[in-house]
Design a protein around this ligand. Structure first.
Ligand SMILES: [Ca+2]
Length: 345
């Protein structure tokens, strides 16, 4: 192809992209329709002990049960949700890094980060009565009425037998476009009119996601950045901890936050249709970005063709698809934590 011919081709491609972009955009908006609003409404604010590096949060008989992490500082505590006062607390030795907790049959099951053991404590006096063993890391846990649901910092969530802790099945948490949602952290199991749901914090993100435990699909995403901005004073002081109160009301807090909030999560049982949690710049819900990307790609390739005269330059290719996917992170541990700096999951 001559340089004049390549210039004509470029011009044709550019005109086509510009002319048809609005049509493509309109078609996709019609296809996906209006999204369901998922919003956090603050009902009330309460004190939260800011020495609590919150890892697990659950409401039981009017009290908040909270586990706090870090080696040498890990605790399991009962807290008055209205005042933030610690009613009782159990400390652990410096080999234990407490993780998520859940209430099960008048006991509290508490994960540990890397010790591969879940302790079982009597509710009455917080004494240990038994334990479970598991492989890998422990992050969050909840009880869905039949099984323990457990996260490990990846996008994979396991459903475990309550007697043996053996894995019965697993799901990958994904958004509407199949993107894996990694770093699933603290959990809360709830029943909604639409069926059982699992609510999850995503580590180091100011969002709470709701997913269908039958297939892992995220059906709701809530932006908690306003709350985080009021409390987040460091890289580790992230949103974490969600405990079901009643209906669509929840207690939420974060690591070393000074506040705990009673909130309402709107449209909890209504599924959004085009939820993109991450890697959305090239995602399907960013239609305008997508068409813009096509235009830029056409322009870029055309320039290359003109100035370098290469006829074998690939157009498009796998890079676009790869860039739209999350890759599972086999080791979600931050490098600084590996190096001994206390961070946590
Ligand atoms: Ca919880």
């Amino acid at each position: 192809m001559s340089r004049t011919g390549r210039s004509s081709l470029l011009l044709s491609l550019l005109v086509s992209a510009i002319v048809f972009s609005p049509l493509i955009q309109a078609e996709n908006i019609d296809e996906y329709g209006e999204n369901i609003e998922h919003e956090i409404i603050i009902i009330s604010e309460h004190h939260h002990q800011n020495d609590a590096f919150t890892q697990g949060l659950e409401l039981y008989n009017g009290s908040i049960y909270e586990s706090t992490g870090l080696y040498g500082f890990s605790t399991l505590r009962e807290v008055d949700p209205l005042t933030g006062d610690v009613i009782r607390s159990k400390s652990f030795n410096d080999t234990i890094f407490s993780e998520g907790i859940t209430v099960f049959n008048d006991t509290i099951v508490m994960l540990t980060w890397k010790s591969q053991i879940a302790f079982v404590f009597e509710m009455e006096n917080l004494s240990q009565v038994s334990s479970y063993e598991y492989e890998g890391e422990g992050w969050g846990i909840c009880f869905d009425g039949e099984s323990f649901v457990m996260s490990n910092g990846t996008s994979s969530v396991s459903f475990r037998n309550t007697e043996t802790f053996e894995i019965e099945r697993m799901v990958s948490v994904t958004d509407s476009f199949g993107n894996l949602i990694t770093k699933i952290n603290e959990l809360e199991c709830v029943n909604t009119p639409a069926g059982p749901r699992v609510i999850a914090n995503v580590w180091q993100q100011d969002i709470i996601v709701v997913f269908d435990p039958s297939n892992g699909t995220v059906v709701g995403e809530y932006d908690a950045s306003q709350l985080s901005s009021e409390n987040n004073h460091g890289i580790n002081n992230v949103l974490n901890g969600i405990a079901h109160s009643t209906g669509s009301e929840f207690w939420i807090t974060g690591k070393n936050w000074s506040k705990m909030y009673l909130i309402q999560m709107t449209n909890l049982s209504q599924a959004g249709e085009d939820i993109c949690v991450s890697s959305c710049d090239l995602g399907q819900d960013s239609i305008s970005s997508g068409t813009g990307f096509v235009t830029i790609t056409v322009l870029f390739v055309g320039i290359l063709l003109i100035f370098f005269g290469r006829n074998d330059m690939p157009v498009g290719g796998n890079d676009v698809e790869t860039g739209n996917r999350h890759d599972e992170q086999p080791n979600p541990t931050p490098q600084s934590q590996e190096d001994g700096v206390i961070l946590d999951d």
